[in-house]
Design a protein around this ligand. Structure first.
Ligand SMILES: [Zn+2]
Ligand SMILES: [Zn+2]
Length: 257
């Protein structure tokens, strides 16, 4: 049955950081759908299984990778095997990520051409691209040397979803966020303070970002172990008076309208 909901739909497949003791945690992965368009932002550890339990993975329009830390892309190995071995003939999938992604995955498997068999990898650069019936804007942010945040919206405009990826300087996200947007932001260091050498955010930085950009709501993710959920949410609310939620795998949200 076609999805006639005019809003974007976000399914949180995974919201984890690189490691955690949180039961059931899955690496970063967010399924965004609009009509018949479906794309995934990042595919961290354990995310393939959740993806396959939510949608037929081979029907995705694209997977976008924010940066080359494995907690954001390592389940592309599972995706590659699935597309290569589950179907006769095998199926291809569009993947958009920073330069070097293909070489990383080939090296991990020790097999030149491992990716190219089924993953059609395109280099990610700052700017706009069209994925199915969705518009994606990518912006360079401070984290690794080649890290990106994304804004996903419907072609006709309206509010969208901004995903921070991993981000060490909240100001880098300002230009991407439009009033009313849903801000899906990393909050690695919880209530703070963030380690200045770690290139991640804390709650007060996210709260101030949401307030000055007039975000519609804040969804928090990528919380490192050892930080309290409620204290993290409260540290955002000190600065931002809109809705604030800490997301978990299985959560669903409607965005825009
Ligand atoms: Zn990460
Ligand atoms: Zn990272």
């Amino acid at each position: 049955m076609p999805n006639l909901d005019p809003r974007l739909r976000l399914d949180v497949l995974g919201a984890g950081p690189a490691y955690t003791d949180r039961p059931g945690a899955v690496g970063a992965a967010y399924l965004v759908r609009h009509g018949s368009t479906a794309l995934v932002l990042d595919l961290g550890q354990g995310a393939f299984t959740r993806l396959a339990g939510t949608i037929e993975p081979s029907t995705l329009d694209a997977i976008l990778v924010s940066h080359l830390h494995p907690d954001h892309f390592v389940d592309l190995v599972a995706m590659r095997h699935y597309l290569r071995w589950e179907f006769r003939p095998h199926r291809h999938l569009r993947v958009i990520g920073p330069a070097g992604l293909e070489q990383r995955l080939d090296a991990l498997h020790g097999e030149p051409g491992f990716c190219a068999a089924v993953l059609d990898i395109e280099p990610l650069t700052a700017g706009s691209l069209v994925v199915g019936d969705a518009l994606v804007e990518a912006a360079r942010i401070h984290h690794t040397e080649d890290s990106y945040a994304f804004r996903v919206s419907r072609p006709g405009g309206g509010t969208g979803l901004v995903y921070s990826g991993d981000c060490g300087r909240a100001e880098d996200l300002d230009a991407l966020i439009q009033p009313g947007d849903t801000l899906l932001s990393e909050v690695s260091f919880g209530p703070g303070p963030a380690d200045p050498d770690a290139a991640h955010l804390d709650g007060p930085a996210v709260g101030r970002l949401a307030a000055r950009t007039s975000a519609g709501q804040v969804l928090l993710t990528h919380l490192l172990m050892g930080h309290d959920d409620d204290a993290t949410i409260d540290s955002v609310r000190v600065h931002f008076d809109g809705p604030v939620t800490l997301v978990a795998p299985g959560d669903e949200y409607g965005i825009g309208g």
